[in-house]
Unconditional design. Structure first.
Lengths: 318, 306, 545
């Protein structure tokens, strides 16, 4: 049963990848202009040369033909070459992906590290001043757009402190502590964006679960509090959190896009934005496909975990 | 307390032409980057002193809530690089952004609710199909969708067209998350004893949905709404950040926020910070509205047989 | 212009850090299309002859000397003795011939190829002996010496094999090992970190003795100007190349010295769509010279200079910027805003105003059109509302369409689906031939009507004739007179309205010595081999401007 489910998921995922890549291909092709238009503004280069370059890179063919051509290469494992960098896409991405993961994992961990204790505490002690304080903080963080927070932080830190702002390394150094210093600010901004939603959901589910009748009966039966928490409250509270976790994993690479641009973090973000603007199609598609795969895996894991955790759903799923 | 305040704010924004002393594109080229006008009190009336002359601030003049006779100008938040009143632009921009946010949220939630409910209540294959569709939409980052769409469209994108474009993209990218959450809750709610009892008593799926499941979703829906509402401003801000925001000369909150990334704007005068501060307060107010809603707990108890 | 500070004794050593907006995309000179790549490659390679950025005359670089035949068609170039590439291999005439062969090859499609075509034919390069080559021009060409500038010499020992295999576009990318690349420039590649920086080190075989003084040169990929300013202010970078006018105030407030070098070679223009693909209404209005002149007369260029550039720009009456002292026609009448003159011109052409002050043409159509701008250019996007407001005073309804950069270029040059556009042109080389493709009707960048097969009007035919004459006129005064006439015609017919030319604004930390920025590309690094680092003594602080 599980195997059949997995197989069906696999099929759906492949279908999803094909549709997503086709949509992106079409969108990129639909916008006017292409990479070589940059050269049109150089008065010394003739349009004939530019047209020849287009033919060299295959840009004179229509997008369905180019798409099928790309699809064929992909099935052979060849993710093609970037027009802008003249390098295989698979060579360009790994260092950037690593940098992005460093940032998003750090930001996500930071957010969860604050959200879990805060959510639990607030959920248990509903409507006390602690709860109100946390909720206010979360509300303020949602109210401030992430980009704005990033912008203001960059400005304030750059003009008032000597803390490094922007990039991943300082010049002349190569130490890990230096990377951590550069990582701190963007990770904080990322976490500030993730924290409120996590906190609110956790708080709500904990509050819900802890005032449920079965918990009260468990209490009245004299079961010690920590066992109530572990065996009764947390599993129920975990339900929506698991969906969120699934979405979190899927969002690991895309949530940091604009933050990386603001902080000059050398991750996928700036590369991707430039590639989209330059219509470097193969370079755009590979991360898109990867993120779709990651998203699908994340959702699959979340659904599986949901099944395992909440027996009530299992019965209908059979 | 919060509710009347927010209502006031919404009214002021929606009636921007009345409350703003100037139109959003009125340029005063000799008065660019001016500091906010100092208001003095003379004889219990607010006045402005300019060039040695005193100009009283008049209320309900010329179809505006307040204004001042020329050649004086009242710039509550100072002026921008073309000499336009930042306060007026703030109000007009708010009108667009808040209206856009409301429309986008309604669209997104309607979509999310219908799809999430259909997935939760319906057949297995429908569930699978709809969940795969959410994955599809989740893998299309709205920003790039917007970028690509903005580039294809015809040259003259009027403000209304641009408005609907951003709204549509937010709705299209905003529905998957609530849909998934709603589906999760519907799935577990479906198996609750009281629902199963009602079903055995002959209740139709729509009745079950309306009477037993929907009330539980109310908290979730409201929370999601308050999350999606600011997305319009954020999308606009990201677009402006990449240089594709609402066309000049129309003002928008997103554009005003994106302009803050320039050091030159941040340092010019304090008036540029005021819109950002007020926007944050507005969004904060929206979040605080959330707390006034009944918590899911109380609703659930009423739906329990136990 | 500030006088150069007294020459100090240069000190060897140190690392200079300069920010770039984005990372370079390639280290292969044939594929170098974007500005960051050109910046880096400029430090890695050298030409035979280049134009000195301060004197604007040709000077020998890898060439020791050259002779020109009396008819001007043959350049016999003698190379310096004992030259080596950055990997130690010798450089001789074979490398020169190889380089030109590659650039001229029709199948390689190098960016350097087109400037080597004169009157439709390629130049030829012949080896005479190990240290001498002869370059033959197919036709007389006035700025012939400028051809050699920006034609870098390539190492035959490294690139001949890929060239024969047809794989030249795959070599020398960013991830290539530094040992596999070589050039004749002052620096060679040491390290590249994706998305972060590219580090260059001194080329020990550089042809100038004792130079470059710097040990290392680092290009940091920082991002847009605000990010660059943050890094400069915090001390991480040493040079700010081209600051925008709006940031000068805050830099000076922090004690940074910003130099204003005067107007650059760039000129911002409003282009009219004079192609057959323009909308019928636009076609009818724009084809009338009086209409174009009226629009030009209505625009307040001083406002643009003040509000967009904070006064750090020059209003333009013609397309040649006042910074181009060798070629600007100083006799053109200053373009001052005159709404009365504009209205008169419109009235004489049959345009009328209704009661609300809206402008209508002869057939009763309301005059309205769009101005397209590239969203990525903050300055040009800032000009558009000013122009819009100016034209509103004439009763014209103008909408502003902010487009993504490539979309705009595509519309203006390829599909011609636009009304007017604000663009920035120029900035490369002061010589008129550099932009001949803009003024010639058959030129690829004939911006108001690209793709014409023959001149569409008498004045365009006149410009063609003048451009052809000045291309072969070897006497500079005569050439200048011819080009003055071209400027006169453009200023009169206004197919493009010239708005303003921004000043070149640069900044450097006080410890950067021999810093002699110019208004020509590369503004701050053109003499990178002469730059060195030394903390100035307290009483020797350079004077602030």
């Amino acid at each position: 049963m599980i195997v059949r489910r997995l197989l069906r998921r696999l099929l759906h995922t492949i279908l999803l990848l094909i549709v997503v890549s086709a949509v992106w291909f079409a969108l990129l092709a639909a916008s006017p202009g292409d990479y070589f238009d940059l050269q049109r503004l150089d008065p010394r280069v003739s349009p004939e040369t530019i047209q020849k370059l287009r033919v060299d890179y295959g840009l004179n063919k229509t997008w369905p033909i180019r798409y099928l051509d790309w699809l064929r290469s992909v099935t052979h494992g060849d993710m093609r070459v970037s027009i802008v960098y003249n390098q295989p896409v698979t060579q360009l991405l790994p260092p950037r992906v690593a940098n992005t993961l460093l940032l998003t994992v750090a930001g996500t961990l930071l957010a969860w590290a604050f959200a879990i204790p805060a959510g639990l505490w607030a959920g248990v002690k509903q409507n006390t001043s602690i709860d109100r304080l946390f909720t206010l903080v979360a509300a303020v963080l949602i109210a401030i757009p992430e980009l704005l927070l990033g912008i203001l932080l960059v400005y304030w830190v750059a003009t008032n402190t000597h803390w490094p702002v922007g990039g991943m390394h300082s010049t002349r150094t190569n130490s890990f502590t230096d990377v951590l210093q550069h990582l701190l600010l963007p990770a904080i901004v990322l976490a500030a964006g993730l924290f409120p939603v996590l906190f609110q959901h956790l708080r709500t589910s904990v509050a819900e679960a802890s005032s449920a009748p079965f918990v009260r009966s468990a209490k009245s039966l004299g079961i010690p509090p920590h066992r109530i928490w572990l065996r009764y409250v947390l599993p129920v509270a975990a339900n929506p959190m698991i969906s969120l976790l699934g979405l979190s994993i899927g969002g690991l690479w895309s949530s940091s896009l604009l933050i990386e641009v603001i902080f000059g973090w050398p991750g996928l973000g700036p590369l991707f934005v430039e590639a989209v603007m330059a219509k470097d199609t193969y370079l755009v598609l590979t991360p898109v496909i990867c993120s779709a795969v990651v998203l699908a895996i994340g959702n699959l894991l979340a659904d599986l975990f949901l099944l395992w955790n909440d027996p009530r759903i299992r019965t209908t799923a059979a | 307390m919060i509710r009347p305040l927010m209502l006031c704010a919404a009214v002021i924004l929606l009636c921007a032409p009345f409350f703003a002393p100037y139109s959003e594109d009125e340029q005063n080229r000799s008065r660019a980057q001016e500091n906010p006008t100092h208001i003095h009190i003379r004889g219990a009336r607010p006045v402005i002193i300019e060039g040695g002359q005193t100009y009283p601030i008049r209320f309900f003049t010329n179809g505006h809530f307040f204004g001042i006779s020329t050649p004086a100008r009242i710039f509550l938040f100072g002026s921008d690089e073309y000499g336009r009143d930042v306060f007026s632009r703030f109000l007009f921009g708010g009108r667009v952004s808040v209206a856009g946010g409301i429309v986008a949220t309604l669209l997104a939630l309607t979509l999310g609710l219908s799809i999430g409910a259909a997935a939760g209540l319906g057949f297995r294959w429908l569930d699978e199909l709809l969940m795969r569709t959410t994955e599809l939409f989740l893998s299309l980052p709205w920003l790039y969708l917007l970028l690509a769409l903005r580039a294809i469209l015809p040259l003259q994108l009027s403000t209304t067209a641009a408005f609907w474009l951003v709204t549509a993209v937010i709705a299209l990218s905003g529905w998957p998350r609530p849909a998934r959450l709603i589906r999760g809750m519907v799935l577990s709610a479906k198996e609750r004893p009281y629902v199963q009892v009602a079903r055995s008593l002959g209740a139709s799926p729509s009745y079950l949905f309306r009477h037993h499941i929907l009330p539980q979703l109310r908290g979730l829906l409201w929370a999601q709404a308050l999350l999606i509402l600011p997305q319009f401003v954020l999308a606009d801000m990201a677009l402006s950040f990449l240089g594709l925001g609402a066309g000049e000369p129309s003002a928008s909150w997103g554009g005003m926020l994106a302009a803050l990334r320039h050091f030159s704007v941040l340092e010019s005068h304090i008036g540029h910070w005021a819109p950002a501060l007020l926007m944050v307060c507005f969004f904060l107010g929206m979040q605080l509205l959330n707390r006034r809603q009944p918590s899911p707990t109380s609703v659930k108890i009423s739906g329990t047989i136990q | 212009m500030q006088a150069a500070p007294a020459m100090r004794t240069p000190i060897r050593g140190g690392r200079l850090v300069i920010a770039q907006k984005a990372e370079p995309k390639t280290l292969n000179p044939l594929l170098s299309r974007d500005i960051p790549s050109r910046e880096v490659l400029g430090c890695l390679s050298a030409d035979l002859i280049s134009i000195d950025r301060q004197t604007q005359t040709a000077e020998p670089v890898l060439a020791e000397s050259w002779r020109v035949s009396p008819d001007g068609l043959h350049y016999t170039i003698k190379l310096r003795p004992g030259l080596h590439f950055s990997d130690g291999q010798p450089f001789d005439a074979d490398d020169v011939v190889f380089s030109f062969t590659v650039f001229l090859d029709d199948k390689v499609h190098a960016v350097q190829r087109d400037p080597l075509i004169i009157n439709g034919k390629l130049i030829t390069v012949v080896k005479l002996d190990a240290r001498t080559v002869r370059v033959d021009l197919p036709a007389l060409y006035a700025p012939a010496e400028r051809i050699f500038d920006s034609v870098p010499m390539l190492p035959r020992h490294l690139l001949e094999r890929p060239y024969r295999d047809g794989k030249l576009s795959q070599v020398w990318n960013l991830n290539t090992k530094p040992e596999s690349m070589a050039g004749m420039g002052p620096f060679r590649v040491k390290e590249y970190k994706a998305g972060e920086h590219i580090l260059l080190e001194r080329n020990p075989y550089y042809w100038k003795p004792h130079q470059p003084y710097l040990d290392e040169l680092e290009f940091l990929f920082v991002g847009d100007e605000d990010a660059q300013i943050a890094r400069f202010v915090s001390g991480e970078t040493d040079i700010l190349n081209r600051v925008s006018a709006r940031n000068v105030g805050l830099l000076r407030a922090r004690g940074m010295i910003v130099q204003d070098l005067g107007p650059s070679l760039e000129y911002n223009v409003l282009v009219f769509n004079l192609t057959p693909q323009a909308s019928p209404a636009a076609k009818e209005w724009f084809q009338q010279k009086a209409f174009r002149q009226a629009v030009s007369a209505a625009i307040d260029r001083d406002s643009i200079v003040q509000l967009v550039y904070g006064g750090l720009a020059s209003p333009l009456s013609g397309h040649v910027s006042p910074g181009n002292r060798a070629w600007v026609n100083a006799n053109l009448p200053a373009a001052k805003q005159s709404l009365d003159r504009a209205k008169q011109l419109l009235k004489n052409s049959g345009f009328t105003w209704n009661d609300q002050g809206e402008l209508h043409d002869r057939t009763g159509r309301r005059v309205e059109f769009t101005i397209a701008t590239a969203a990525s250019s903050q300055e040009r996007s800032a000009m558009a509302p000013l122009v819009q407001d100016d034209l509103k005073k004439l009763g014209m309804k103008v909408e502003i369409a902010s487009l993504e950069f490539r979309s705009m270029v595509d519309r203006v040059l390829n599909t011609h689906q636009y009304d007017t556009a604000i663009m920035g042109l120029g900035g490369g080389d002061p010589d008129p031939e550099f932009e001949s493709n803009v003024w010639r009707s058959d030129g690829g960048m004939h911006i108001w009507n690209p793709g014409e097969t023959s001149p569409g009007s008498a004045w365009e035919a006149e410009i063609d004739k003048l451009m052809t004459e000045q291309a072969v006129e070897r006497s500079y005064p005569k050439r200048r007179k011819l080009y003055d006439q071209v400027q006169q015609i453009i200023a009169d017919e206004v197919p493009i309205i010239c708005l303003a030319s921004p000043h070149v604004l640069v900044a450097a930390r006080p410890h950067v010595q021999n810093f002699r920025p110019v208004i020509f590309d590369h503004y701050t690094l053109w003499n990178v081999d002469e730059l060195f680092i030394q903390q100035p003594k307290a009483k020797e602080q350079p004077t602030a401007r």
